[in-house]
Write a protein that binds this ligand. Structure first.
Ligand code: FAD
Length: 346
């Protein structure tokens, strides 16, 4: 039995920032970067931040530390871990910042008819993609069926109560996993911080979740590349100008492992309880907030190429999909995505 635990390079971008000015940074541009949520972040400003770069770094790091304390299943002392460890009775008080992410998970779960399910954690952990260790063999049908018994968004309750919210569970074993939303939520919160400080020209990236507004230091709109899921470093499929909108990309090609010659992706289809196996390898979504885009990109990845495109068209979404083919990769997009694409040079 071989376990080829290929290290998942989480730090690698699903979207590669193509700040064409980055080769020769303009003097007025400020850039900070660091690690968070098991991945990395970068913030680039072409407006001054009060207190300069040290203050920017300190405030962004404090914001991210607060978010990790709220929603990291990798921290046994976080609010979400305490919720998962508890029986759910009485419901647990959570802050509005965390409730907003939970509510997005519930809403996207309903919209996608359960393709996105933030209670899918027992299956994520069973397949070795959560804080638990990787399995040494494929989980059995009984183990999958048992984990599926613990999954279901309808067993999660969120109720407003004064200035906070109450989070409850219908069964003691319910396990909340907000990993799929954390990066988008972080991008939005950093954008909120910048706006509050009078910064209106910025590019924020937390792994595959990007928020941008205004122009770079050369007075040009920020450009972001959608990476081609090949082994060629730096290969990109297309370039977009998000123009004040958020862009989030999910993929099955970065975070996976191989067991007995079979590749297992970290995206789980809640209906089957198993990692996805179809040919859709990357889904990018443009919406006003990164939280929303981050929820939808994972749901599209669960759907597979045909259903994802049909869903995107039916809901008028700006979506860009990449499918693995015999020849390489094939990209397609909805009409709503077209205005953001930069025309390719002949
Ligand atoms: P996305 O496509 O956005 O999400 C996929 C993830 O969502 C899966 O990995 C799984 O967790 C979950 N998922 C799978 N299928 C579904 C589904 N159908 N519906 C809903 N969710 C699903 N990783 C570490 O290794 N170490 C850490 O210390 C660490 N800390 C973290 C702290 C926080 C606050 C968060 C949010 C995440 C942390 N992670 C950590 C996890 C990791 O960095 C990524 O967030 C995670 O792998 C998914 O992000 P993604 O963008 O790659 O994939």
């Amino acid at each position: 039995m071989s376990l080829l635990a290929r290290p998942a390079p989480r730090g690698l971008l699903l979207t590669l920032l193509l700040m064409l000015t980055a080769c020769q940074p303009a003097p007025t541009q400020t850039r900070i970067q660091g690690k968070t949520m098991g991945t990395y972040y970068a913030v680039t400003l072409s407006d001054p931040f009060p207190g300069g770069e040290p203050a920017l770094q300190q405030e962004v790091d404090a914001l991210l530390a607060r978010m990790n304390h709220e929603i990291s299943t990798y921290d046994p002392n976080s609010l979400i871990s305490r919720f998962n460890q508890g029986s759910g009775q009485p419901p647990m008080a959570i802050p509005a910042t965390m409730a907003k992410i939970v509510q997005q998970g519930i809403d996207a779960g309903h919209l996608t008819k359960g393709k996105l399910d933030v209670t899918v954690g027992p299956l994520v952990n069973l397949w070795g993609f959560g804080p638990d260790k990787r399995p040494v063999k494929r989980p059995s049908a009984e183990q999958i069926a048992s984990a599926r018994q613990k999954v279901g968004i309808d067993r999660l309750t969120l109720t407003p109560e004064g200035d906070h919210f109450l989070l409850g569970k219908g069964i003691p074993d319910l396990y909340l996993d907000l990993s799929t939303l954390g990066e988008g939520a972080a991008s939005d919160e950093i954008a909120g911080l910048l706006e509050q400080k009078g910064v209106h020209n910025y590019l924020i990236e937390v792994a595959g979740a990007v928020r941008s507004k205004g122009n770079n230091a050369k007075g040009k709109p920020w450009r972001v590349a959608i990476v081609e899921p090949s082994d060629q470093p730096g290969a990109f499929s297309d370039v977009v100008i998000p123009n004040g909108m958020a862009l989030s990309t999910a993929g099955s090609y970065r975070n996976y492992y191989e067991l007995d010659g079979q590749r297992y992706s970290h995206i789980i289809d809640p209906a089957s309880g198993q990692p996805i196996t179809h040919k859709l390898v990357s889904a990018s979504v443009i919406t006003p907030t990164a939280l929303e885009a981050d929820a939808l990109d994972t749901a599209l990845m669960v759907m597979g190429p045909e259903q994802a495109m049909a869903f995107a068209k039916a809901h008028g979404l700006a979506v860009y999909l990449i499918v693995k083919t015999e020849q390489g990769f094939a990209a397609s997009h909805t009409p709503q995505f077209a205005p953001y694409l930069v025309a390719k040079q002949p």
